[in-house]
Every structure is written in C-alpha cells, then in structure tokens.
Design a protein around this ligand. Structure first.
Ligand code: SAM
Length: 259
C-alpha cells in the first residue's frame, strides 16, 4: 500500500509506541471506544488485544483493506467515512477516543471530538509535537494559544510522551507527541453548550493579535476598552495582560460579563 500524502498517512512502524498508546487509555474493556484513522492497524492490533469490541473510522478504502487483513476476524467495526462528517453517536456514548491523527486536520478533529462534551470521557491523540505542546501550555507561557484554552475548557490536558520521526513510514519532517484529556464530568455546567461557539470566538479573537494586550485585542473603541479593563481588574487580572496570560476560568468570566 503506497502511503497517501494528502491523507497524512505516516504509519507507525514501532509496535512499542503503539502498545504504549493503547496501554495509556483510561478506559475499561466494557467502555465504548473509537479509533480515528486506523490506517494499516498499528494501534488497532493492540486495541483488539485489550478491548473485546471497538470501532474505528477511516477515510481510505485501501487502508481499510490492509487493516482488515491484519486484524482478521473479531468483534470490531470499521466505518468507511470521513471523521469530520462522521456522527460519533453511531459508536455509542459515553465514548473514549484514540488516534494517531493526520497532521493537517488534527486541530479540526480535536475540536469536533471535544464539542461532544460530556459524551466523550477521554481523548488520547498523537499530533505534531508543537501542537501538543501548545495544547498543554499553562497560562503565561509563550507557547499558549487558542487550542490551550479550548482544550482546558473540557478537561485537563497532559502530555504523555514524544515519538521520534524514525518510527513512522514514511518518515515525517517533525516530531510527534501523544497527549491525553480526561473530560470533566459535564463541561456544559461551566457554560451552556449553545454559548460555546461565541465563547470560543471571543478567545480566538484574543489570540488573533497575540502581541496585543487583551484589552486592545478585544475592543474596537475606548469605551469598550475601559469596560474590559474594569472586568479584568475585578477578576484580579492586570490590564496589561496578554491573551496567553489568562487561564480558562478567567476567559470564562470575561466572556460572561462582556457578552
Ligand atoms: N493509525 C495509523 C498508524 O498509527 O499507523 C495511521 C495513522 S496516519 C497518521 C492517519 C490516518 O488517518 C491514515 O490512515 C489516514 O488515511 C486517515 N485519515 C486521514 N484523513 C481522514 C479523515 N478525514 N477521516 C478518517 N480518516 C482519515
């Protein structure tokens, strides 16, 4: 099978890393599990050992053929579908999600997965190392970005380990890392789900001009600027703060008062 560049096919060829990812999954064999982008089955073969039943979603028919050959008979379901339009409810909630994600749509897959809120119990993803570092970056660090706030709204992201380029075929130009998020009991308790979109739009606006102070990045006139500065001050945030200095709860307070 010739790897398809446009589908981000960098197949894991070191079983030790694949096993490590599967062993890190915080779920029991009775839980629902979805693997995104199983490819030729590097992870799936270990999933099959540990879970009596699991689902996977893969866009590439040729990869599915290779996958089925590798896995042989067993209690698993492979959905031939684009994950971005696949409804996870077909697998059953609550759900744990795992995958070595195609780099180019990694962020979209993370957003789609987390938008299922409490229906998702954990996600364990391998992505480009820089993306994983951004996701786990704490407030006040220069690597913090929109994805850091987005992911920490749903739970506490943590970095598990880094994977070198040499254990993939074909070899990618960058290093990869595996991160995991255990999803909070109910993220909608922090903010009703209908308000997630405008909340994240505000956070995204803040990070679009990361060199600016939050007050400047979010306001269009002086009056608004004063109002935002007053809200920040009331919540113990310096009016000189930049977007990366705020933690998720401070963003939430800001959103609730501004909007
Ligand atoms: N899990 C395998 C491994 O670790 O060797 C393959 C990982 S490879 C980085 C990403 C996989 O995602 C490929 O098999 C690719 O075909 C699949 N993929 C890419 N875009 C996809 C999409 N939109 N929906 C579902 N699968 C996709």
């Amino acid at each position: 099978m010739i790897p398809k560049k446009h589908l981000g096919q960098h197949f894991l060829i070191a079983p030790t890393y694949a096993r490590r990812i599967v062993e890190s999954l915080p779920c029991s064999s009775a839980d629902s599990l979805l693997e995104i982008g199983p490819g030729r089955g590097a992870l799936s073969i270990f999933l099959k050992e540990r879970f009596p039943y699991f689902h996977s979603v893969e866009i590439d028919a040729a990869a599915i053929e290779a996958l089925m050959k590798k896995l042989g008979d067993g209690s698993y379901t492979v959905h031939h579908h684009d994950v971005l339009t696949f409804d996870f409810v077909r697998v059953g909630f609550p759900l744990h999600v795992v995958g070595n994600l195609p780099y180019s749509i990694g962020a979209l897959i993370i957003k789609k997965t987390l938008y299922y809120g409490k229906n998702i119990r954990s996600c364990t993803f391998m992505v480009q190392r820089e993306v994983a570092q951004r996701i786990v970056a704490p407030p006040c660090s220069s690597t913090r970005g929109f994805l850091s706030v987005f992911c920490s709204f749903f739970g506490k992201p943590r970095l598990l380990f880094t994977v070198p380029p040499g254990v993939f075929y074909p070899r990618p130009k960058v290093e990869s890392s595996v991160f995991q998020i255990l999803i909070d009991d109910d993220p909608a308790e922090k903010l009703p789900q209908v308000q997630w979109e405008p909340f994240f739009a505000l956070v995204s606006r803040g990070f679009q001009q990361r060199r600016k102070k939050v007050v400047n990045a979010l306001s269009t006139d002086n009056q608004q600027k004063k109002r935002i500065a007053a809200i920040l001050k009331a919540h113990g945030v310096d009016d000189q703060a930049r977007s990366e200095d705020l933690d998720c709860s401070q963003w939430l307070k800001l959103y609730k008062e501004v909007c």
